[in-house]
Design a protein. Structure first.
Lengths: 659, 186, 322
């Protein structure tokens, strides 16, 4: 006969204010197999755990039920606690009296009744628990970082510094991401390129880092510690093993197209190195622009290349490699404001630009060598309007979230304009000024001291009369519509996840939210882990953030990766499926429904009575199985069971409540 | 005297109007894009944004006594651009009907014009621009308004002194009276 | 078959003389069949929906019901933006709620199914068949005339009533006008409000709205403004002179109904399309454009004639040096 202990937690007042915990404990004492029941204010606390351990000794318990918060919260805590006792950590059941009872009910009497029912079910289930033991799997001590922006670079460098091999996969021809486009960084005003390009060089030079630019993740299989990743390398049409990066090809290339790096403010050639500090500093050919590749004409680059590195026949290549951990750092793009806001001209006015375009304008290595001029006529603007929240905090036309970095970069833009253009005036239309960061409020104060005029209100319309852009907003602190006749307008455009994120997340089997941001395992306590073991996140793929937060997350993800890779092998959860091969009919339905590809059909030598037979049966890969139970549900012969959640246990729970 | 917010008496009415207009007042974060795009805002005493805010506070008195509810041209620019799709024209329209019911009117001329307009329809079934302008000028006291244009209108045949009416006048009168029986709102 | 149930609205019989004349001119030539709704009544306009919601839905509903009875199956088309909006509101409300539809039926004491499609003149003229029929009848070009197409509020907003995809920058009228050879300029006041009846009952507040429309049209290089509504047209045309009196700089921007320009391009003379009945003189501008185009056409024909060797008599063999 089982000897069960029941421990009901008050959770401060979280449970106790709605559920009569004493009554639940009293009632538990009468349940079959229960030899002891009690309550405590905080069961998860040090004294709470000590009390449980003492009771196990005192009453000679062999299994326990804890009525507390969700098992998602503290099941692991209590399992760890049991490791120090004579009881197997899996002889534990948690009755969720908080999220599924106290928090969602107000009627004390009925809530108590429900709590008793929940405990009753757990008691019935735990009576049928069996001790489970974990097994171990080996770990491949290499990491893959997807995305070579500042987040990915930081994560890769930190992992590499721990002595592990890292591969960075970057879809663009150069690593660097958005940070390298920026001019200066708030609030310290240090040069963005000066602090990010050394990281790029370091990534290139680090003996433990392999750079794979112009590459994308094609396929991911496997599981934590043992991922198998197929990487697609796009055709570069330039042999980088030969190329010295002399740049002659791009100076001679006759085809000019819009430069992505300069955000459309300049042109680049069809064969191009994206920017001066690019890593690798070697060109690729843009196949949609190249005359040779589109029309079989030209071919100049091949003629001028002194070492014959041009290869028009270059093709996509696939390589497959193994990794123990993956970090997703796919970053952000700006929203397409022009399609969202026809009232701001919808992109038809050249002098209405985005914040990122302004970064290129004000950047010494940008198309104007740092001179702030109007893209339309090259004249220096005197009156500049900055419009905040373009696409952000706009559930109807744009995104409902706050893009978080815009308040600060807008203040920085204002400061730069006022600093560089004598007698200039800057008007910033804002709804709220949000400066939650170290030194940020001070920076905002300084910007106003510089002369930036903050006007509280959203802009309704931007249009052109003559050479002026007419910006109409409300000064809501006065309560009147106001108009500014501006020479240039900078839109603080919202961030959104990189367009590739949905595809990458799908391949990795991780979750993204309605806005396509990657979802973290826990917003506070597991901020750089995804819900899939062994896959971590950092930077703006998770949500809008500024550079300090991005870098911090990059290092945090690296620490998590290192903590995994520093072990030779790892424990797996024992709560997985197992197949009784003698009962299995080999129908294969389970193989089809398994989301983790953990089931394969294998040959099995068994007996039918006394006759030896060879048949096809399902087999579970213990490393891949996540214990979801799909196979269990679809199995027609009932030969698959989930350890810790056996059919028998579930039925006992139902019986306890219904019979 | 200070406004004592917790004593505002219009909360019920404001909530009723908001519900009928399918507006969630709390969603407004007072960005002012409505005011900024409003063609009439320069003549308003309450900005469109403030109408929403007063309603949210439950201070309907301010709303009903405002000129704004009479001067709104129902152009719908505000709601078209509103980040939260707050239907200010409908809030205003319904407030105006409430004001009328209580005999409150901050812009007499607008009400007069509307009254004359509807009365002409009631008795002839069609709008009569000549009568409308004439009757409006006489009753509003703006005797000479637009009169400079009249000779040209007559000369060029733009308006004619006779009027144009529906044959089945009774049915129009009946429709209008019936609509008015059950109060203004649907 | 270009057949419509026609709701002219009150202005078409009074102030909108040029709209009426020019439309009738076109309709006759391209064979538009307009079945006027018998004994229609005023849509109630702004005044009704200012005062009483039910009245605002019931007055247009009577017309729709009459159309359903007498012109079954035909879409209802109306030249006025306000009529269009009120008719569309009625059908929208009745389609959205069966209860409302029944209540309206009860008030008007007629069957009201809210079935017909409600169109404005721009919708009708955007129909490929109508457009093509117009195109076939064009006899002269208005090339060189730069116009700002003014749509006003009610044909664009609210979106759920009008179905307009881009209420900030509608293009229907621009496309229709370009058929005449005139250039529709890009400008920013296409759907800004003209003040509607507030030009009468709150003139001080409403006049600046018109001034801004003229200002933006001129800033974007328009010679004229084109409208598709009797009230928008009157507000702009009748008040331009008055605005000019108060301004140091004078606007010189005639205001046309879009149908006038089509009629002119079809060869209508002044009395047939009402050009002489404008408040603000429009005659000179149109004449200048027409004469210029006629000259160019003649010159082009001359050039064409020279190029054609046959025009100089029989080809002389050997001239090419053979």
């Amino acid at each position: 006969m089982a000897r069960i202990g029941v421990f009901i937690c008050h959770c401060g007042t979280n449970i106790a204010s709605v559920v009569d915990v004493e009554k639940v404990a009293e009632s538990a004492k009468t349940m079959p197999g229960v030899v002891f029941a009690t309550t405590y204010k905080y069961m998860c606390s040090e004294p709470g755990q000590a009390m449980i351990k003492e009771s196990i000794e005192q009453y000679n318990l062999d299994r326990i039920v804890i009525g507390s918060c969700s098992p998602r919260m503290h099941e692991l805590t209590f399992r760890k606690m049991l490791k120090g006792t004579k009881i197997n950590p899996y002889m534990l059941e948690i009755a969720n009296l908080r999220e599924q009872c106290a928090w969602v009910h107000t009627d004390r009497e009925k809530a108590t009744e429900k709590a008793i029912g929940l405990v009753q079910m757990s008691v019935a289930k735990v009576a049928n628990n069996k001790p489970l033991t974990t097994s171990t799997i080996p770990i491949t001590k290499r990491a893959l970082v997807i995305g070579g922006g500042i987040a990915g670079m930081q994560a890769a460098l930190d992992i590499a510094d721990c002595g592990f091999d890292v591969t960075i996969v970057e879809k663009e021809p150069s690593i660097g991401g958005h940070m390298v486009m920026l001019d200066k960084t708030f609030p310290t005003m240090d040069c963005s390129a000066c602090i990010s390009t050394p990281k790029m060089v370091e990534c290139n030079a680090h003996p433990n880092i392999t750079l794979k630019t112009s590459c994308e993740v094609e396929k991911v299989s496997g599981y934590v510690g043992n991922f198998e990743v197929t990487i697609k390398e796009k055709a570069k049409y330039v042999n980088h093993d030969l190329c010295t990066g002399c740049g002659l090809c791009q100076t001679k290339c006759p085809t000019k197209v819009t430069s992505e790096f300069d955000q459309g403010l300049s042109k680049r050639s069809a064969i191009y190195i994206p920017f001066a500090q690019a890593v690798p500093s070697k060109p690729v050919i843009d196949p949609s622009a190249c005359l040779k590749l589109t029309k079989d004409k030209c071919g100049i680059c091949e003629k001028v290349c002194p070492i014959g590195a041009i290869d028009y026949k270059d093709e996509v290549r696939y390589t497959t490699e193994e990794y123990g951990a993956i970090v997703i750092a796919t970053g952000y793009e700006l929203v397409d404001w022009a399609s969202m806001y026809p009232e701001y001209g919808g992109g038809k006015y050249k002098d209405v630009i985005t914040g990122l375009q302004f970064e290129r304008l004000v950047n010494a290595s940008g198309p104007t060598e740092g001179h702030i001029v109007r893209p339309s006529d090259g004249k220096e603007p005197k009156d500049v309007v900055i419009v905040k929240c373009v696409g952000s905090r706009d559930p109807k036309k744009g995104k409902s979230y706050c893009s978080r970095a815009c308040c600060m970069y807008s203040a920085k833009h204002a400061h730069q304009i006022l600093d560089k253009i004598p007698n200039s005036r800057v008007y910033i239309f804002y709804m709220d000024v949000r400066t939650p960061g170290k030194g940020y409020e001070e920076f905002y104060d300084n910007t106003r001291r510089d002369g930036a005029q903050y006007i509280r209100g959203r802009v309704s319309k931007i249009y052109k009369e003559g050479s002026k852009l007419i910006v109409r907003g409300e000064d809501s602190l006065i309560g009147k519509p106001v108009t500014v006749e501006a020479d240039m307008v900078i839109l603080a455009t919202a961030m959104e996840p990189s367009p590739t994120v949905a595809d990458v997340a799908n391949k990795l089997g991780i979750v993204i939210d309605a806005d396509r941001w990657v979802t973290e395992a826990h917003p506070k306590l597991r901020p750089v882990e995804t819900q899939t073991n062994g896959i971590y996140l950092c930077g703006t793929c998770q949500g809008p953030k500024d550079i300090p937060d991005t870098v911090a997350q990059g290092s945090a993800a690296a620490a998590k990766v290192a903590a995994l890779l520093c072990h030779d092998e790892m424990e797996t959860s024992p709560m997985i499926s197992y197949v009784d091969p003698n009962k299995c009919s080999g129908c294969g339905f389970c193989e089809g429904v398994c989301p983790y590809k953990a089931i394969t059909m294998v040959e099995y030598a068994g007996r039918d009575g006394n006759r030896r037979v060879t048949k096809i049966v399902a087999q579970v890969n213990e490393g891949l199985c996540q214990g979801c139970g799909c196979c269990n549900a679809i199995c027609r012969t009932g030969c698959i069971d989930l350890k810790g959640f056996t059919n028998d246990q579930i039925l006992k729970e139902v019986d306890a409540l219904c019979l | 005297m200070d406004k004592i917010l917790n004593r505002a008496e219009g909360k019920l009415l404001a909530d009723k109007i908001a519900k009928e207009a399918d507006v969630k007042l709390h969603e407004c974060y007072q960005c002012g894009k409505c005011t900024a795009g409003c063609p009439m805002a320069n003549s308003f005493d309450l900005m469109p944004r403030q109408i929403v805010h007063y309603m949210h506070l439950g201070d309907m008195d301010e709303v009903l006594r405002s000129k704004t509810i009479w001067l709104c041209a129902s152009c719908h620019t505000c709601v078209e651009r509103c980040p939260h799709d707050i239907d200010i024209p409908t809030l205003i329209e319904k407030s105006r009907m409430e004001a009328q019911k209580r005999g409150i009117c901050a812009v007499r001329d607008v009400r007069l014009f509307n009254d004359i307009f509807t009365e002409t329809i009631r008795y002839t079934g069609k709008s009569q621009e000549v009568i409308l302008e004439g009757a409006y000028n006489v009753t509003s006291g703006h005797l000479m308004q637009d009169m400079a244009n009249v000779p040209q209108m007559l000369k060029k045949g733009i308006v004619r002194p006779e009027f144009n009416s529906v044959q089945d006048k009774e049915s129009i009168k009946k429709i209008m009276n019936k609509a008015e029986e059950g109060g203004a709102a649907l | 078959m270009m057949r419509y149930s026609y709701f002219p609205g009150c202005s078409m019989g009074s102030t909108a003389v040029t709209y009426k004349a020019s439309f009738e001119y076109i309709a006759k030539r391209i064979g538009l069949i307009m079945e006027e709704i018998p004994d229609w009544n005023c849509c109630g306009s702004t005044a009704a929906h200012t005062k009483n919601e039910k009245m605002a839905l019931a007055l247009p509903a009577r017309n729709i019901a009459l159309s359903e009875e007498h012109n079954p199956g035909l879409p209802i088309v109306t030249p006025c933006a306000a009529c269009y909006s009120r008719l569309a509101y009625s059908t929208y409300a009745a389609r959205k709620s069966e209860e409302t539809r029944k209540e309206i039926e009860d008030i008007i004491e007629m069957n009201f199914k809210a079935e017909p499609e409600i169109l404005n003149f721009l919708d009708m003229f955007s129909d490929e068949g109508v457009l093509e029929a117009c195109r076939e009848r064009l006899v002269r070009s208005l090339k060189g005339l730069k116009v700002a197409c003014y749509y006003g509020c009610l044909m664009s907003r609210p979106r759920h009533i009008t179905g307009e995809e881009d209420p900030e920058n509608p293009m229907k009228m621009d496309k229709i006008i370009e058929m005449t050879g005139a250039e529709a300029v890009e400008w920013d006041y296409k759907t800004e409000c003209c003040g509607a009846s507030h030009q009468v009952d709150a003139p001080k507040a409403a006049r600046p709205l018109i001034e801004k429309i003229f200002r933006n049209a001129r800033a974007n290089g328009a010679d004229a403004i084109v409208t598709a509504c009797p009230l928008c047209n009157m507000n702009l045309d009748m008040r331009e002179e008055e605005i000019n009196k108060q301004m140091s700089h004078k606007y010189n921007i005639p205001v046309f109904q879009f149908t006038e320009l089509i009629a002119i391009a079809m060869g209508a003379d002044a009395s047939e399309c009402g050009i002489h009945q404008h408040f603000f003189p429009a005659f000179d501008l149109i004449n200048k454009v027409i004469i210029q185009n006629a000259k160019e056409k003649a010159e082009a024909e001359k050039r064409e004639a020279k190029k054609n060797p046959l025009a100089d008599g029989p080809v002389v063999i050997g001239r090419t040096g053979r």
